[in-house]
Design a protein around this ligand. Structure first.
Ligand code: GLP
Length: 270
């Protein structure tokens, strides 16, 4: 696992975007797994900037981690009134780059038979040849996507109830400004499973800010546990990169080691 620590959010975002851009350049038909939340917004902004300078997304496919159950994209509504992750992706990335709409996938929160839809989603990922690079954030309760504490570390795409902390966090970050009452927020989501995420060939996890410091330390350096589903990063068999800003890294014990490895890799061009 490579842990890269950058000075601030902007540098963390640039670093993550450069990792993604390198893959898009070397494999123009790559499959990206994408994430929502406030953390990756800067990375998407940077990718949009790179696109304006020529980065070509026309051959790539994307699969998003998750979507709230019971809501779907509604382009007739203003952005701040549409809390679907499909809308988030449209506004924060897709509409600003040359990706083909049919190549983008976000679980359908309005699916009539959600469990069947989850199986279909898994099948589409397989048909695409699997995920080359999965971008990930981390929830305040340590979750990946919407794999709440207690989720099996080999779980697949499924419907998952949201826990109280996630509802509180996401209410504060996104729903409050839309004037939605907390009790009206979706309480379930469709989420890729931890097992699904672990099959990605390269996992790239991002975190920034002091409020993520404790949970990042528990996920990276604490015990592997389904209570902090992001700790499954310790099990990831492929390439694994964690990009943090200084504040999110502030409670890690092995910082000097991570910096040493980064310096060595730079020196030996690994
Ligand atoms: C949501 C998403 C996660 C994301 C998390 C963190 O719960 N389902 O995929 O990692 O929020 O969000 P933020 O980046 O806003 O802290």
């Amino acid at each position: 696992m490579d842990v890269i620590i950058r000075e601030n959010y902007e540098e963390m975002s640039r670093c993550a975007a450069e990792i993604i851009a390198e893959l898009v350049r070397s494999k123009p038909n790559c499959v990206l797994g994408l994430a929502t939340g406030s953390t990756p917004i800067g990375t998407y902004k940077e990718l949009i900037r790179m696109h304006k300078e020529g980065l070509d997304f026309s051959g790539i496919k994307t699969f998003n981690l998750d979507e709230y159950l019971g809501i779907g994209i509604d382009l007739k509504k203003p952005y701040d009134q549409d809390q679907s992750y499909a809308r988030f992706m449209h506004e924060e990335l897709f509409k600003n780059i040359n990706i083909k709409k049919e190549n983008t996938h976000v679980p359908d929160g309005l699916a009539k038979e959600p469990e069947k839809h989850c199986q279909w989603y898994e099948g589409e990922i397989k048909k695409a040849g699997g995920i080359d690079l999965q971008l990930l954030g981390i929830g305040g309760d340590g979750h990946w996507a919407f794999n709440e504490p207690g989720s099996s570390l080999s779980s697949r795409t499924r419907v998952e109830p949201l826990n109280k902390q996630t509802i509180d966090d996401n209410y504060e970050s996104f729903y409050k400004k839309a004037g939605v009452k907390k009790e009206e927020m979706p309480h379930f989501a469709i989420t890729m499973g931890i097992g699904t995420i672990l099959e990605s060939r390269h996992a790239v996890m991002l975190a920034n800010g002091k409020k993520k410091a404790e949970v990042i330390a528990r996920a990276l350096e604490g015990a592997l546990t389904c209570q902090i589903t992001a700790s499954a990063i310790q099990l990831h068999p492929g390439k694994t990169t964690v990009v943090l800003d200084k504040e999110a890294a502030s409670e890690l014990k092995n910082i000097e080691h991570y910096k040493h490895v980064e310096r060595l890799k730079e020196e030996y061009k690994l």
